[in-house]
Design a protein around this ligand. Structure first.
Ligand SMILES: [Zn+2]
Length: 269
């Protein structure tokens, strides 16, 4: 069967980026079994021929109605699929979907009838919010970074911006490349609407949010941007863990040094 990626270099490049990031998630030890999700809004890369493509699935209800998603297309990781497999074969472990005119259901259009992640309603809710606010962000990533999840088991670290300040203070680049910091979402049942709503709320102020005792959820301009923000936060968390393992509390950059960073690099916080 012909792949939707054939003779579509821009769409191919976007899907290759997703596969590359899926590989990083696995290599980092953040994506055990089928853990984690990626969804990317690919509407801008869809041509008239794709718009005419017949569906390869029945209409499937999303579970929510999202009017902002009219005429949109997404690449979604498949339910039960593994990041390490997606890294090698993105179109066999994920699919491209078309949101139908009722904005409450979708069809799969390519390449194979791979059912999207069970987290689709929450991911699409975030994408709808991004569209509604005129954001240029197109990607969402959910994964399980070890040190950040470990930190979320410490009640004191779950206070507002406690981890943001701690992680920013470990190495200057973290503040520069994750300038909004890390939002916190208290524990909620995975896949629940309460988790989706709490995440949506935190994403108004942050690009990356930490789900207590579970993982992170990030939004970005593209999938690489979302990954990079998680990666710099994870790097800081590793520096903190290493210092503690060496038997001391890391000093951290001072508030003055961090404010100097904000002025020098025109950072928002
Ligand atoms: Zn998860």
């Amino acid at each position: 069967m012909k792949s939707i990626l054939e003779q579509r270099p821009a769409l191919t490049q976007e899907i290759e980026k997703i596969a590359e990031v899926a590989g990083y998630l696995w290599q980092n030890g953040w994506a055990e079994r089928n853990g984690g999700n990626i969804t990317v809004n690919v509407t801008e890369l869809v041509d008239d021929e794709i718009r005419q493509m017949p569906p390869i699935s029945d209409a499937i209800p999303i579970g929510v109605t999202l009017p902002e998603l009219k005429n949109t297309y997404f690449y979604c990781k498949g339910t039960g699929k593994r990041m390490r497999d997606l890294a090698r074969k993105p179109m066999a472990n994920g699919s491209i979907i078309r949101i139908l005119d009722d904005c409450a259901s979708y069809v799969i259009i390519a390449d194979e009838p791979v059912m999207p992640t069970s987290e689709l309603p929450s991911h699409l809710t975030v994408h709808a919010q991004l569209i509604a606010t005129g954001s240029n962000y197109r990607a969402t990533v959910h994964t399980h970074p070890i040190e950040l999840v470990a930190m979320s088991h410490n009640r004191e670290m779950l206070g507002k911006d406690v981890l943001t300040n701690l992680l920013w203070s470990m190495i200057p680049e973290t503040k520069a490349f994750c300038p909004l910091g890390l939002g916190i979402v208290p524990y909620e049942l995975p896949g629940s609407n309460t988790l989706a709503q709490a995440t949506l709320h935190q994403l108004e102020d942050y690009d990356v949010v930490l789900w207590e005792k579970h993982g992170v959820f990030a939004k970005g301009i593209d999938v690489m941007d979302a990954f990079d923000q998680i990666d710099v936060l994870s790097k800081s968390a590793k520096i903190y863990v290493n210092a503690r393992a060496m038997g001391f509390m890391p000093e951290g950059m001072s508030q003055e040094q961090m404010q100097e960073m904000s002025r020098a690099f025109n950072l928002p916080k």
